[in-house]
Design a protein around this ligand. Structure first.
Ligand code: HEM
Length: 482
């Protein structure tokens, strides 16, 4: 009887809610949905999400209405004008609800905060990415990159190696050293607990987005992941806090080798202008840790995979390296030389078009707004589907083709059709850092190794796991260059 009453209550609630939401967003088409579940079953796995969303936005309309269960209604869009409208507006800066899963780790860091708080912090943090600061990191990229090459050497002549685990440890070492001035030596197998906790936290976030049980706080509390999260959060926060404390204790707030890392700058702001509390600094450093390693690792691996499978393009990348450095495999590279790797930059741009590390971003509307005669009501989650936008043949002819040269000819190029780093006021603050880091590691690998397609041939299974990855790894063959 009790069960019966619950079912009746749920069904009544469903119809009331459907009626209410339908009135709000009814102008947008809804792909066929399952009773009670909505579209939840179709987006329940990290590997079918892209195909499903691409089908929805190509078959039913560039902006569609989606339902997760019968409670959450969202819009999914690849509509150029809507994306431009949302990203360039100063009114739609709040992130959509699924971002809250990461807030136990990042708190009110730049990625998640909004309103006046976000604006003030964005202003404070922007100078930390000035090129005079970034210049100092080139040396970190080189030393961390040397360890990557050592690790890859252990696998050379192997017909198939999965780059992703090695490159992820490399970018984790890089972000720790540049954000906190701390060497964690993840590539050498040290600090396993911290490295493991970063991985676990990223996994839990995506699991919560996809699992109906973990989606809601009340039911999430009953799962094992809730307890794992508690444990790993303790490790993550304790690690950052201890680095901050020890930095504060050193009289000179500079790292040992006299370069200013992001944390030094944040501590300086907090001392000079009392702008940031210890907790706020911790949240910003944790945000860099999260945003700044998985994103670049995926992009580097996808670029190397594309080069392995496009020998002519790889040859052009190598020729550019030889023009800059001759046959030297480990030259001391200056900031300006990274800037001069123009062809490699096209390769990275094309990689981020086909494999955007962040395949979609979300906004939560704070006001009703009128878009081309249609009302998009307050409190709507809007998912901006970058992956779909980047593969639209209207903007990118032969979209599946890996063709770096398409970025050489930008006549008639529409700026919001290519947004791997998002765009507008909330774009990626770390994009210049990321570009330098990616150029540094990719060029180093190419100078050392000839990349070949993996044997047996490896087809990617793209998977959305907070950032875009491949469920079966990103495999290539490696041959030492003589
Ligand atoms: C290939 C590498 C990267 C890609 C593709 C990328 C992409 C993005 C995208 C799409 C956003 C917007 C997110 C949203 O609106 O929800 C973003 C925001 C952000 N990124 Fe990156 N990112 C990369 C690397 C980095 C790095 C290396 C750092 C830090 C060192 C970083 C720090 C941030 C921060 C702090 C934000 C939030 C900015 C704000 O809301 O004001 N990112 N990134």
């Amino acid at each position: 009887m009790f069960l019966f009453l619950i079912v009746v209550a749920l069904i009544t609630f469903y119809f009331l809610l459907k009626k209410h939401k339908k009135n709000d967003l009814e102008q947008f088409p809804e792909p066929p949905a399952k009773f009670l579940f909505g579209h939840a079953l179709e987006v329940s796995s990290t590997t079918n999400l892209l195909d499903t969303f691409t089908k929805f936005t190509t078959v039913y309309g560039s902006t569609v209405r989606l339902r997760l269960g019968f409670i959450l209604t969202s819009l999914l869009t690849t509509d150029y004008k809507l994306i431009e409208f949302i990203l360039s507006s100063n009114q739609n800066l709040r992130k959509s609800l699924n971002y809250t899963f990461i807030s136990p780790w990042l708190g009110n860091g730049l990625l998640l905060s909004d309103g006046a708080y976000w604006k003030q912090h964005r202003k404070i943090l922007t100078p930390a990415f000035h090129f005079e600061i970034l210049k100092q990191f080139v040396q970190v990229f080189q030393s961390v990159g040397n360890v990557l090459i050592d690790n890859l050497r252990k696998c050379e002549e192997s017909p198939s190696i999965d780059l992703h685990p090695l490159v992820t440890l490399c970018t984790l070492d890089t972000i720790c050293e540049t954000a906190m001035g701390t060497k964690i030596n993840a590539q050498k197998g040290e600090n396993n607990e911290y490295v493991h906790s970063v991985k676990e936290m990223c996994r839990i976030v995506i699991d919560r987005c996809l699992s109906p049980i973990k989606l809601f706080r009340v039911t999430y509390w009953m799962t094992k992941d809730y307890y794992i999260q508690k444990k790993v959060l303790h490790i993550l926060h304790e690690f950052t806090t201890s680095v901050i404390t020890s930095k504060k204790q050193t009289k000179n707030s500079k790292s040992d080798d006299k370069k200013s890392v992001f944390l030094d700058l944040l501590l300086k702001f907090s001392k000079d202008q009392s702008l940031l509390s210890d907790e706020e600094i911790r949240e910003e450093v944790d945000t860099f840790m999260f945003e700044g390693h998985d994103t670049t690792a995926s992009a580097i691996c996808f670029a190397l995979y594309a080069l392995a499978n496009h020998p002519k393009i790889q040859k052009t990348v190598l020729e550019e390296q030889r023009e800059l450095f001759g046959d030297e495999k480990d030259p001391i590279i200056a900031y300006q030389e990274l800037q001069n790797m123009k062809y490699l930059e096209l390769v990275i741009k094309e990689t981020l078009r086909l494999y955007p590390s962040v395949p979609m971003i979300g906004r939560y509307t704070q006001e009703d707004f009128l878009f081309e005669g249609q009302v998009i009501p307050k409190r709507t989650n809007v998912a901006l589907y970058i992956y779909g936008l980047h593969r639209n043949p209207e903007y990118f002819p032969e979209p599946e083709k890996f063709d770096p040269d398409r970025f050489n000819n930008l006549n008639g190029f529409l700026p919001f059709a290519y947004i791997p780093f998002s765009a507008g006021p909330r774009n990626c603050i770390g994009q210049k850092f990321a570009m330098l880091e990616m150029k540094s590691f990719i060029s180093k690998v190419i100078r050392h190794f000839e990349l070949t397609p993996a044997v047996p041939r490896h087809e990617l299974i793209l998977s959305v796991e907070t950032v875009l990855k491949s469920a079966n790894g990103i495999k290539v063959g490696l041959k030492k260059r003589i």
